[in-house]
Design a protein around this ligand. Structure first.
Ligand code: UT7
Length: 323
């Protein structure tokens, strides 16, 4: 039976840094409030002319190098994003063109901050089915382009970035065990960007092109959802939670991560964090965190890694793999 395993990782964040102290000068907030309520110290912001696919291309090339393949080896590119450069062509098509992955089919997946796990699941299944052998899965977003910089409830949270993994087919005892996807569309209004329509006076006045969020309600749902998703994926594979070596969480708020960890008795040293330096990079947060862990040489062959995320939709997801 074919399995898919992660053969390489890559990531990229823009150079421009905005610290909490900079935000103090822009809105009614403080470094202390942001740090203690979210764990964020600073975030990276894409330049005006720097797009999601620009960040993705750099992450993609880094993952290709890490996996010791060439662009021409790729059968498929799937990018999870809610901030593509344009409605179409998709970000994945732009990445395909720019990295010269001539053989690869390419499309995007939209599941907000959970998108990376959704895309990973699609890539994994297409390898398990035997249709493809080498798939690149990306999570990439530039949410700072659609945040309302006058709304202190949201503008302090987000940053931009891209992460990529290369999935390869193997018959060995390694790779993705299973992935679990969940959706509750009835809670969609907790986190939304309303307007995809052409800009009008009405959409501008009502700020419908920007992220709006009921953070407090989302906070509680996120803790419950990710806790249960981790219980599901470990239980269904017969692997106890304390046998998992690393938990790669969507980096939305350090207090959400700590609350899940406390409920499941997960020690801090199993939870790599990047939120303090990048904020919430949406669907990029997990592949970026994984890449930093991988490049630091901290994951060893045979380690068990669990992903867990939640985001707009509402969507949430978990995945378990052997490195
Ligand atoms: O990827 C998914 C994306 N979304 C999330 O992950 C969001 C999940 N939610 C959260 O992370 C948290 O709910 C927030 C960080 C957004 C907010 O933290 P909280 O502890 O839930 O605060 P709150 O919304 O209950 O607000 C507490 C107070 C309020 O003032 P009052 O009403 O108590 O006077 C807010 O107006 O903090 C105020 N506040 C701020 N103060 C200073 C809200 N934002 C700020 C701010 N600076 N930036």
């Amino acid at each position: 039976m074919n399995h898919s395993y992660i053969a390489g990782t890559g990531s990229y964040v823009p150079e421009k840094i905005i610290t909490n102290f900079t935000l103090e000068k822009m809105i009614d907030t403080s470094d202390e409030w942001i740090r203690t309520r979210t764990g964020i110290l600073e975030r990276r912001i894409a330049q005006e002319n720097e797009t999601t696919s620009d960040l993705s291309i750099k992450a993609a090339l880094s993952a290709i190098e890490d996996a010791k393949i060439t662009s021409g080896d790729l059968d498929l590119i799937i990018t999870a994003t809610v901030t593509p450069d344009m409605v179409f062509p998709s970000s994945s098509c732009m990445i395909q063109k720019n990295i010269g992955a001539h053989k690869a089919a390419a499309f995007d997946v939209a599941a907000a901050c959970s998108g990376f796990i959704y895309a990973l699941n699609v890539g994994d299944q297409l390898i398990k089915s035997g249709q493809y052998k080498t798939v690149m899965v990306l999570g990439a977003d530039t949410l700072t382009k659609i945040i309302d910089w006058t709304d202190r409830n949201t503008c302090i949270l987000f940053g931009d970035g891209a992460g990529a993994v290369i999935l390869k087919s193997t018959q060995e005892d390694r790779g993705i065990y299973s992935t679990h996807l969940y959706t509750d569309g009835t809670l969609g209004e907790l986190l939304e960007v309303r307007s995809l329509r052409p800009t009008s006076e009405e959409t501008l006045t009502n700020r419908l092109h920007y992220i709006s969020m009921k953070g407090n309600e989302l906070f509680k749902v996120a803790i419950k959802a990710m806790t249960e998703a981790i219980q599901d994926v470990t239980r269904s594979n017969g692997i106890p939670i304390d046998a998992v070596d690393f938990f790669i969480f969507h980096q939305a708020n350090i207090r959400i991560i700590q609350a899940v960890a406390q409920r499941l008795n997960i020690p801090e040293n199993k939870i790599p964090l990047t939120i303090q330096k990048y904020g919430n990079t949406s669907t990029a947060s997990m592949p970026i965190t994984l890449d930093e862990l991988n490049k630091a040489g901290k994951i060893q062959p045979g380690n068990t890694v669990c992903f867990a995320a939640f985001g707009g939709g509402l969507t949430w997801a978990s995945s378990l793999l052997k490195w």
